[in-house]
Write a protein that binds this ligand. Structure first.
Ligand code: GUN
Length: 298
């Protein structure tokens, strides 16, 4: 068997095209465009590269894009004041603070300071609470879980009644994704197992999965014999395993041994080019949604 490779780059391109049309329509109707600020603290190379991609994409869609880069020595109070200023700025509909933050800054306090109605990352406790309730309560879904759900749905993977195993319980990916895929409704209604570093016999759980989602941040963690033949495998891992001197770029590896997994899985996402581009597309989708909500006064 050779797995079908899910092309996240192509799917995200299609979503961005839909959004570009929506932004043009918004501009024509209201004279406004979605406004996104990306706040970067320090110079973590991975964060610099992620933020650059977000900024490029937002600009290509015609957003009002503000990139606000601050030195790693910014104080917590200064960062909180900056966020409050963007909360009050009517041209800004989405505020993103790139994580991780330097150690002297309390990440929780920072995320709490963002107006939940501008929290396009979907990390604010209010938005996570809304996600838990589900249905109409949901305002912004966190971008990586939303991108994974969209990838699965657009690739025709049946989630209704499926056995889904999520490896990794981060607040950004594993926990919200487990909740989302277990909700009642279309593109969900799965039986979800959330596994983590305390799980006994991880391999046995993975082998039951119709949909296996690896979000542990451990290169090559998922062995090919842990994959049920024909399963859909979503690799969220973006692990920097080396540096290519020729291209000047990091060498990336997922949590799954891709070449071997392709022989067993039915569907699989590559790293890079799988989940990553979808995360950015979902960030743009949340920002457009936020702009519409602000324009309509809801
Ligand atoms: N760091 C890694 N992934 C993300 C993300 O999706 N959003 C933010 N703000 N920071 C991140």
């Amino acid at each position: 068997m050779s797995a079908r490779i899910i092309d996240g780059a192509a799917l995200s391109k299609a979503i961005l095209e839909e959004l570009r049309t929506e932004v043009a329509e918004m501009k024509q109707r209201s004279g406004k465009v979605p406004g996104l600020v990306t706040i970067l603290v320090g110079e973590n190379p991975a964060s610099v590269s992620y933020v650059a991609r977000k900024v490029r994409t937002a600009s290509s869609l015609g957003f009002h894009e503000v990139q606000d880069s601050r030195g790693a020595d910014i104080t917590e109070e200064e960062l909180l004041a900056l966020i409050r200023a963007y909360n009050a700025d009517p041209e800004i509909h989405g505020i993103l603070v790139q994580l991780p933050l330097p150690r002297h800054i309390d990440e929780h306090r920072v995320l709490l300071a963002i107006d939940p109605d501008k929290d396009v990352d979907g990390f604010h406790p209010v938005n996570l609470g809304r996600l838990l309730i589900g249905g109409e309560a949901v305002t912004f879904l966190p971008c990586t879980p939303a991108g994974i759900q969209e990838l699965l749905v657009r690739s025709g993977v049946e989630l209704n009644g499926a056995e889904v195993v999520v490896v990794g319980r981060s607040n950004i990916v594993g926990k919200p994704l487990a909740v989302m895929l277990g909700q009642k409704g279309a593109g969900a209604n799965a039986t979800v197992t959330l596994t983590h570093t305390g799980t006994k016999d991880l391999a046995a759980h993975c082998r039951r999965a119709d949909v296996l989602i690896a979000a542990a941040g451990v290169p090559g963690l998922i062995r090919p014999d842990w994959i049920k033949p024909g399963a859909a495998v979503i690799d969220v891992g973006v692990n920097r395993v080396g540096f290519n001197e020729k291209t000047g770029r990091a060498i990336l590896a997922g949590d799954v041994d891709f070449a071997e997994a392709c022989k067993v899985a039915g569907l699989i996402t590559p790293v890079p080019g799988g989940v990553g581009p979808m995360t950015i597309a979902m960030l743009m989708k949340n920002t457009v949604r936020s702009a519409w909500k602000h324009l309509r006064g809801i």
